[in-house]
Design a protein around this ligand. Structure first.
Ligand code: ADP
Ligand code: ZN
Ligand code: ZN
Length: 802
């Protein structure tokens, strides 16, 4: 038997399968989708069996060394999907397959010295080797560096050999359990006197007081204060059993989740769920966009759609953006489907993620709630994929393989003939455009479930505040409302949009922001050169010292942060209790949740934070939402800046007045006339969509054009310039007349880790050969030995140019 294996070497020259012999004793075991260890050159590597066959045309093939999995970890579907993924994201096959599995299953390699001729070793070296004649390179570099040279020499002269070993990080967690072995003997022991046995008696009484069964050793030790040695003596006496067992690491252990029942749907919800249920019923793939304002009951639609899928014995995947994957969110699914839910979250440890993933593989769960990569959950009977907040940029992986979870979901939906549900209050422009064209079905939910009104939004122009002598970062109205909230015992959320700070120039008097004359995009301030620069076309100018529009000298680059806001709050509103949430206060595991719980329990009046508080929060006592610097993101050199601003403001506003109390939103900024801010305050998605579509059409951006992007990086500037120019000229000869070639120009982030970056952009509608041309370019420079270490990445549908 022959196995075709992709090996763990991410390189163009080995981006294919290699044939290996399956030794006879493994023939009944080997199956496509299993991880194996194979010899590759001088090394041992991990790989995946993609296919098995009877013969090979290759001569002198080697044996598979070891099979790592008892059952395939890649289903036949995932094997196909990986191939498609690699080809469409211009990634290596091995990278695509690894992206589908939990990190714990990715191999790490360790180098070992082994002894070939023991008699040639000095005694100093000889003692370092273990009984099995091995010594890890790690051990040498950590503790015996002075011997490294000698070991290398010995290797060259054939006294030692170097082998690579694959380490599997996929450890299963083992826990010790104890139980009573002999009840009468235990009771006997309790009657005995003697101080020594005090703790042993405590253990016995504890076990006797419980219903017969096994209990975790750790728990018993904790309850009784006994030491491990007391328990061990009981074990030796034969009074108790002690056994080690494999357990799942359960991040949600000990949490009591209230069971919920399906709610009778409103008429709106009924209409929205119908196409989903039809698709499930008819086993027919459909992509359905559920466009519903915040609080319109989308989640209840998800839950009941999943129920229908489970009733048919099928499985469901729910994707939520990383930052909304809060306990509140997860509990809504666990509350309905209990222990059949697995959660895949990046905040889980590698081991916890591995455990959750194995529950899926073993079919112990039928619902997965998770962030982007959960779209690869190895279900074999998939009945639905739901993508909540489908517009979120975190669904696109900005590293190899550069996939979008939405595309992967739709691929799987076609494979399983099942619905893909995209939900959002502010769908991505691409998605809404497809729904309007009829490629997706559109389900609209235009009002909130309890017909609570949408919160009233007031926009405050901070230029006016400045004119009236208010130099603080809070408008008078916001200040008043914050105070009133504290007096009434209600809560407020203050949101600071931090992205895009300090990178653009703003006139504090007239709101002027320097823009590129050719691109309609704000210029980025380069402190080092005192320049303003366009990241799209390369245009630049000297930073002005006075405002070109009103001659004011209050022109400067902008910068503030949550910490500064907190300090100022303490000055102007000393009575307020504030919880601050940003990357600094939430870096520790569990702190995110702890801060939110504290706020929910009323331990603070104001929750102050960045992007991470924009989503999913649902606190009944929040009546006021304040947005500081709503316009900062508008000035990012990003064609999605308006869209992102609209989405964010809509999200944040949705945090107010979700329950009985009415909500109020105050939005502050300098450039507040911008349509994205105005239309967000009116909760008017459709007008925003129409306006933004016109802008995109005018400037030839998605969804009217796809963006192909080739990025070059090298330590030497000349190398990137030359290579990118060559690539541009190669492409210009081939592109159809309808496509646009832009560049080469420096990438928006011009240097990363000392490497210069240049990019070539192609705006295209239909360019079926583009993928091949990108591959040709990448392969050309890989072969070109005169340029070493040039890195090229290609993307056919770039989401951002940043
Ligand atoms: P969305 O996901 O669109 O923001 P949710 O699903 O969170 O909206 O619904 C908002 C609130 O309305 C939640 O508290 C939810 O429990 C409640 N809700 C949803 N559907 C119904 C219904 N059919 N009947 C009563 N309450 C509902
Ligand atoms: Zn000005
Ligand atoms: Zn420009």
């Amino acid at each position: 038997m022959i196995a075709a294996v992709v090996v763990d070497v991410p390189s163009g020259s080995v981006n294919k399968t290699f044939d290996y012999k399956v030794p006879p004793e493994l023939e009944n075991w080997a199956e496509p989708g299993m991880r194996v260890i194979i010899p590759f050159g001088p090394r041992k590597l991990q790989g995946f069996i993609l296919a098995v066959k009877q013969s090979s045309s290759v001569k002198g093939i080697k044996n598979i060394t070891e099979i790592l999995d008892p059952l395939p970890v890649l289903t036949p579907e995932l094997i196909d999907l990986g191939q498609w993924l690699a080809e469409n994201t211009l990634s290596f096959y091995i990278t695509a397959y690894q992206a589908m599995l939990p990190a714990a299953m990715k191999a790490t390699y360790e180098k070992f010295f082994t002894v070939l001729r023991a008699e040639m070793l000095s005694s100093e070296v000889s003692v370092l080797f273990s009984a099995s004649g091995e010594l890890s390179l790690n051990e040498v570099t950590n503790n015996h560096v002075h011997l490294l040279k000698e070991l290398q020499e010995l290797t060259k002269t054939g006294v030692l050999d170097v082998v690579y070993k694959v380490k599997d990080k996929a450890n299963k967690k083992k826990v010790k359990f104890v139980s009573l072995a002999d009840k009468t003997e235990a009771e006997e022991l309790l009657k005995q006197n003697g101080k020594r046995a005090e703790k042993q008696k405590a253990v016995i009484s504890e076990l006797l007081s419980r219903p017969p069964g096994e209990y975790s050793l750790q728990e018993i030790l904790h309850e009784t204060g006994a030491s491990l040695s007391s328990v061990q003596s009981l074990f030796k006496k034969g009074v108790i059993y002690m056994e080690e067992k494999e357990v799942y690491r359960d991040p949600f252990q000990g949490r009591n989740i209230k069971q919920t029942e399906p709610l009778p749907l409103t008429e709106n919800q009924q209409n929205a769920i119908t196409p989903i249920l039809d698709s499930i019923e008819n086993n027919e793939h459909q992509t359905i966009l559920v466009h519903g304002v915040t609080g319109s009951g989308k989640t209840e639609i998800y839950l009941q759609s999943i129920q229908s899928v489970l009733d048919r014995g099928k499985e469901a995947i729910v994707l939520v953006p990383e930052i909304s994957l809060t306990p509140q969110m997860v509990n809504r699914f666990k509350g309905r489907f209990g222990s059949s839910v697995a959660v895949l979250h990046s905040a889980l440890s590698i081991g916890e993620k591995y455990d959750e993933w194995r529950k899926i593989l073993r079919k112990e769960v039928s619902v997965v709630v998770g962030a982007r990569s959960a779209v690869f959950a190895p279900f074999e009977n998939l009945g639905i994929v739901i993508i909540d907040e489908e517009h979120e940029s975190s669904y696109k992986q900005e590293d190899h393989p550069r996939y979008h979870a939405r595309d992967v979901a739709i691929w799987r939906g076609k494979y399983h003939s099942c619905p893909i549900v995209l939900g959002s209050a502010t769908p991505a422009l691409e998605t809404y455009a497809r729904a309007q064209k009829g490629r997706y079905q559109l389900a609209e939910l235009s009002s909130r479930v309890h017909s609570n009104p949408m919160p009233e939004v007031t926009i405050v122009d901070m230029r006016d505040e400045l004119k009236n002598g208010n130099r603080s970062m809070f408008s008078n109205e916001l200040m008043e409302k914050l105070k009133a909230g504290i007096e009434k015992g209600e809560q407020s959320v203050l949101f600071l949009n931090r992205r895009g700070y300090a990178s653009f120039i703003l006139c504090r008097d007239c709101g002027y922001v320097a823009q590129c004359p050719h691109c309609d995009i704000s210029l980025t301030y380069h402190k080092r050169y005192g320049e303003l620069k366009c990241h799209y076309c390369g245009y630049k100018e000297i930073t002005p010292s006075a405002c070109p529009s009103c001659s004011s000298e209050h022109i400067r680059f902008f910068g503030t942060g949550t910490q500064k806001v907190e300090e100022e709050l303490a000055k102007v509103l000393p009575e307020a209790r504030v919880i601050r949430m940003d990357v600094d206060t939430t870096s520790k595991k569990g702190s995110h949740e702890r801060l939110l719980t504290a706020f929910g329990d009323g331990e603070a009046d104001i929750l102050l934070g960045t992007q991470m508080i924009a989503k999913g929060l649902d606190f009944p006592k929040v009546t006021l939402v304040g947005v500081l610097a709503a316009d900062t993101m508008l000035h990012l050199p990003d064609f999605r800046a308006s869209e992102k601003t609209f989405q964010l403001l809509t999200q944040v506003s949705g945090r107010a007045g979700r329950h009985e109390l009415e909500g109020k939103v105050i939005v502050q900024g300098y450039d507040v006339e911008h349509y994205s801010i105005q239309l967000a305050s009116q909760h008017d998605y459709l007008s925003f969509y129409n306006h933004e579509m016109k802008t995109r059409k005018l400037h030839q951006y998605p969804p009217f054009y796809y963006l192909g992007l080739l990025t070059f990086s090298h330590l030497e500037l000349m190398q990137v310039v030359e290579a990118s120019e060559k690539a541009a000229s190669f492409l210009s000869k081939r592109l159809s007349p309808d496509s646009l070639l832009l560049g080469p120009v420096t990438s928006p982030i011009a240097r990363v880790k000392d490497r210069y970056r240049y990019q070539v952009m192609i705006k295209y509608k239909n360019e079926p050969e583009l993928r091949n041309w990108f591959e040709e370019i990448i392969a050309h420079f890989q072969k070109d030995k005169s340029i070493k270490d040039l890195q090229i990445t290609g993307e056919l549908n770039a989401q951002t140019l940043m």
